[in-house]
Design a protein around this ligand. Structure first.
Ligand SMILES: [Cu+2]
Length: 315
């Protein structure tokens, strides 16, 4: 069958100093592929990477993911190029004998360990800086955030409960609503808590995801750059209707937001009076009493709901 290739037990990489420089060849195949992959990742893929760039935190996450991809792609390509090169060039043609045994290569081993260590340590530094410089990167920093953006901040309290998020605005009389409405171009401070089980407040396009735990005030920051809607989901399995804990939020211009907040404050004044005073956390055992007080005040025909939708409450 294989007539022209005489069997040989000596692969080409044992060809000695006069043989081809395989390392250089692999490098020259790898280099343009790595450059092309990184250009495609940065210029083509990055603008479409989740969670988009609607807010500072979202844009930061998009940047971070693109950096990780740009670092990972050349490494993956190197492994694949080496693999393909070995398959083609060092193939044992016309023989089924084993190749010569490998006894290690100090230079390759040292290079590999050095390069991978530098990459991992650099990513550790990069991740830490990114977390710090972007005020927690949209994740909850707990009750006392390490990094707080300067200047005025709109306070929005997110209250998780089975199976709805409600929002209190302490700078507008502490009214509470099921609608999450936010302004653009202004730092927003989310104070995330729960009044029953554990939930997680996940405003997808804002790149904000913060645990909502009873008795805990969990702070997260973001600044929104464009108006529009965004999805809010619960990201912590919290009971039977966890999957239905889903809604849309809205980002308005600062003036439209002010108008909304002022009119809502007035519209919900009677409800706000029956709510517990604004606090960073709430005692779940007081909720039942609060429901009774609301029924007594004639505010709801639906006892049993902690916070029925606001239209039920219309005085
Ligand atoms: Cu939940």
């Amino acid at each position: 069958m294989a007539a022209e290739a005489p069997p040989t037990s000596s692969p080409q990489h044992a060809a000695g100093p006069s043989g081809p420089n395989h390392g250089l060849r692999i490098f020259l195949i790898w280099l343009p592929l790595a450059i092309a992959a990184d250009l495609i990742i940065w210029l083509v893929w990055k603008p479409h990477l989740p969670p988009g760039d609607m807010s500072t935190t979202a844009a930061n996450q998009q940047f971070d993911i693109a950096v990780l991809a740009a670092v990972a792609a050349p490494i993956m390509l190197f492994v694949l190029v080496y693999f393909a090169y070995a398959l083609v060039v060092w193939r044992g043609r016309g023989t089924e004998e084993d190749g010569p045994a490998l006894h290690g290569n100090t230079r390759i081993q040292a290079t590999w360990i050095t390069v991978t260590s530098v990459i991992v340590l650099a990513l550790f530094v990069f991740g830490t800086v990114e977390l710090y410089a972007s005020n927690g990167a949209g994740a909850g920093q707990g009750a006392s955030p390490i990094q707080v953006p300067g200047g005025p901040k709109l306070q929005v309290q997110v209250i998780g409960q089975q199976w709805k998020f409600t929002y209190r605005y302490p700078q507008f009389g502490g009214f509470e609503t099921t609608d999450l409405v936010l302004p653009t171009n202004e730092w927003i401070q989310f104070n995330v808590t729960s009044i029953d089980v554990i939930h997680s407040f996940w405003a997808y396009q804002l790149g904000v995801k913060a645990d909502a735990n009873p008795g805990v005030n969990n702070v997260a920051f973001t600044k929104i750059s464009n108006t529009g809607t965004f999805v809010v989901r619960c990201a912590e399995l919290c009971g039977l209707w966890h999957g239905a804990m889903f809604d849309y939020g809205q980002a308005l211009s600062p003036s439209a937001f002010q108008a909304w907040a002022r009119s809502t404050q007035v519209r919900l004044a009677a409800v706000t009076a029956a709510l517990p005073p604004f606090a960073l956390t709430y005692d779940p055992t007081t909720i039942a009493q609060m429901s009774k007080a609301m029924v007594a005040a004639g505010l709801t025909g639906a006892p049993g709901l902690y916070y029925p939708p606001q239209d039920v409450y219309q005085p």
